[in-house]
Design a protein around this ligand. Structure first.
Ligand code: MIC
Ligand code: SF4
Length: 644
């Protein structure tokens, strides 16, 4: 039987397990990437593993999230990251070089290889035909140490692209359409693989926009084939030697299929506050706009920026609109500056920001109270912009630029002829902000400023667990709710004790206090709990507060893995009625927790007693024997070091 592109890469990297969907497999990891907001923790954990050097083919450490430096904290983190990279054999992409996913696609991604990144949008490099997966920092630390990556073998969902995009309709509209159809849960347990005649008409950066935002489907990853277009892109980056063709066999069998007719797509927008709340721009109507932000790892390529520059050239941004533009990499910025497009953007009134995540992660540019903000980004979760009452819409660069001029949400097709951007024969390659690791690692002293604090470590699973259900949450709770990130909190990503004081505060400001007063306890939630970011802090902060288990209707993949890695029980209700009947502050107990965890690996349910109500709840804990051992040891680090 033939194989899909993703299955081929998985098979070529398979270490253990059988590739039948749902069973645990482990794969060899060729490359890793980290970014600063998750990287500090990943490298502290790598240090705790105790190896002298990374064992991957390539590991890159980026600084792109925390670049405001409003105090010493960010800069402390940067210095730690630079010195730790030099010592352990990691290439270091300095602040200013660009957003990790954009730079990795331009300079490092290799078709057919595997990439594990401590950021949920790592699948961006799926646009190059790479199997690129987002994970928690500890999983990336283990991969840097040469350990395989474990995952539940996903189903393969084929998305067949027919036809060709019409003028003014762009790759962003393709992924918004996929989100409209499949929802933010639709990709859980799946790899989304793009195929069909429409693929050839999409450039690598356009494909990367689509695979990037596949993270919002909850998918394990998304991938395009590596074909002649990929070869041309790599050649234009001076890397043709990295090209490998990766294509599905004609007789490959898929678990599911969606067909999208590119010709029929129109400009779309995700309305507040979820990336799958998608409607046609035309049908939403001329909503008044206060802010437009163009950039982020989804839409900040040279092609995107050139389209925006063409729309804005010779015009002026609407007086009520603040327009920010963050080119995704220094390469993009350099090319815009040498061909004059940057001058067009500046002349039109755009505020040019650093090549970094910036407003996408709430690092500056929070809009005014009740503002409408149009963003070319990938997430519009409530409060993520830094302004709790802001209404954020996710749109394409074309729609963003048209709306910035009009001052209202505008369908770009009303602007006349669409700009045509000529393909680039040679990108401006300059890797002088990528620092090579030290040739003599012994000479490198790792610098730890006062912002670098030890991370919390769990202990072996005790014989019994008990505590109160400290909070009862609804569906689709994001990691931005569990561990908010904004310009005030992001500087503390290497200081979990401080961050823990903000855990779940967007849902309930008193949660950390209550957790501490009760000596820890349990979190209760609905479906798709923990969607969004890969941040391990969404498990580390609860650990710091003494949380022993999380009881929900269903989990998002990376968050569930992060809970297991930190020794916190991730339990799902076998009977949703038990979720409905559970009240906050009910006393819960798990008797013989180690015995029940071992039995769970054999497919048995876990019983959690509701002591207050005098009932017993059946919970599922679908884990492998290896994951049971991790939970018994009190987390992956203890397990890896043979402790716990
Ligand atoms: C995000 O987009 O939410 C982030 C910030 O890039 C996160 C990583 C983090 O929380 O540091 C992600 O997507 O994984
Ligand atoms: Fe950065 Fe935003 Fe991309 Fe996350 S989604 S990596 S914050 S640009």
């Amino acid at each position: 039987m033939g194989r899909s592109a993703a299955q081929k890469i998985l098979a070529a990297h398979l270490v253990e397990g059988s590739m039948t969907s749902g069973s645990e497999i482990s794969i060899r990891i060729d490359q890793t990437l980290t970014q600063d907001s998750t990287g500090t923790m990943a490298y502290l954990q790598f240090e705790a593993i105790g190896l002298p050097r990374v064992k991957t083919r390539l590991s890159v450490s980026y600084v792109d999230h925390n670049t405001l430096q409003s105090g010493f904290e960010n800069a402390d983190d940067h210095k730690y990251l630079q010195t730790v990279a030099a010592k352990y054999g990691v290439r270091f992409s300095r602040p200013g070089n660009g957003i990790c996913h954009q730079v990795h696609m331009e300079r490092f991604g290799v078709p057919g290889q595997t990439l594990l990144g401590s950021d949920s949008h790592t699948p961006t490099c799926g646009g190059l035909g790479m199997l690129a997966i987002g994970a928690g920092g500890l999983d990336v630390a283990v991969a840097m140490g040469g350990g395989p990556c474990f995952l539940s073998m996903p189903k393969i969902h084929r998305v067949v692209l027919e036809g060709r995009l019409r003028p003014w309709v762009s790759a962003k509209d393709v992924i918004l359409e996929v989100l409209r159809r499949l929802s933010v849960k639709g990709g859980v347990g799946r790899i989304v693989e793009y195929a069909g005649p429409g693929v050839a008409s999409l450039s690598v950066p356009e494909r990367a926009t689509i695979t990037n935002m596949g993270a919002e489907l909850g998918a394990t990853t998304s991938i395009f084939p590596s074909d002649a277009t990929t070869r041309a892109f790599l050649a234009a980056q001076g890397r043709e030697g990295d090209f490998v063709a990766v294509e599905a066999d004609a007789d490959a069998v898929y678990d599911e299929e969606t067909v999208i007719d590119l010709d029929a797509l129109v400009p779309l927008a995700a309305r507040p506050h979820s990336p799958d709340n998608v409607s046609g721009v035309g049908s939403i109507g001329p909503v008044r706009v206060d802010q437009v932000c163009i950039g982020s790892c989804t839409n900040s390529s040279y092609l995107d920026m050139m389209k925006v520059a063409a729309v804005l050239k010779g015009k002026t941004v609407h007086p009520e609109v603040s327009l920010t533009i963050s080119p995704g990499s220094r390469q993009v910025l350099a090319m815009l500056s040498s061909n004059g497009a940057l001058a067009d953007l500046v002349a039109a009134g755009a505020r040019i920001l650093e090549s970094a995540c910036g407003p996408c992660i709430g690092m500056g540019q929070s809009p005014r109270t009740d503002a409408v903000s149009l963003r070319t980004f990938n997430r519009n979760f409530e409060g993520r912009s830094g302004t709790a009452s802001a209404q954020v819409y996710l749109v394409s660069p074309e729609t963003a630029a048209a709306s910035a001029l009009a001052g209202v949400l505008t369908d770009p097709r009303t602007l006349g002829a669409a700009p045509v951007v000529a393909p680039v024969p040679h990108f401006a390659v300059n890797d002088n902000l990528v620092v090579d690791p030290a040739a003599d690692p012994d000479s490198v002293a790792i610098v730890r400023g006062p912002n670098i604090k030890p991370f919390p470590r769990n202990k072996a699973l005790p014989p019994a667990l008990s505590g109160k259900a400290l909070i009862r949450l609804g569906d689709n709770i994001t990691t931005d709710h569990i561990m908010p990130s904004n310009s005030k909190l992001l500087p503390y990503r290497s200081n979990v004790p401080y961050l823990a004081g903000f855990c779940l505060t967007p849902c309930d400001p008193d949660f950390p206090k209550r957790a501490r007063e009760n000596g820890g306890g349990f979190i209760v939630g609905g479906s798709n709990y923990g969607q969004g970011s890969s941040r391990e802090h969404a498990a580390l902060a609860p650990l710091e507060l003494g949380i022993r288990g999380v009881l929900v209707l269903s989990f998002a993949r990376i968050h569930m893995a992060n809970l297991i890695n930190n020794g916190i029980l991730p339990l799902t209700f076998a009977d949703p009625a038990d979720y409905a009947a559970l009240d906050p502050m009910d006393e819960l107990a798990v008797d013989d927790a180690p015995g029940q965890v071992r039995a769970a690996a054999q497919g048995r349910d876990v019983t959690v007693r509701n002591v207050t109500k005098g009932t017993a709840m059946r919970m599922c804990l679908p884990i492998s024997a290896r994951q049971a051992d991790i939970l018994l040891a009190g987390g992956l680090l203890n397990y890896t070091r043979g402790e716990g």
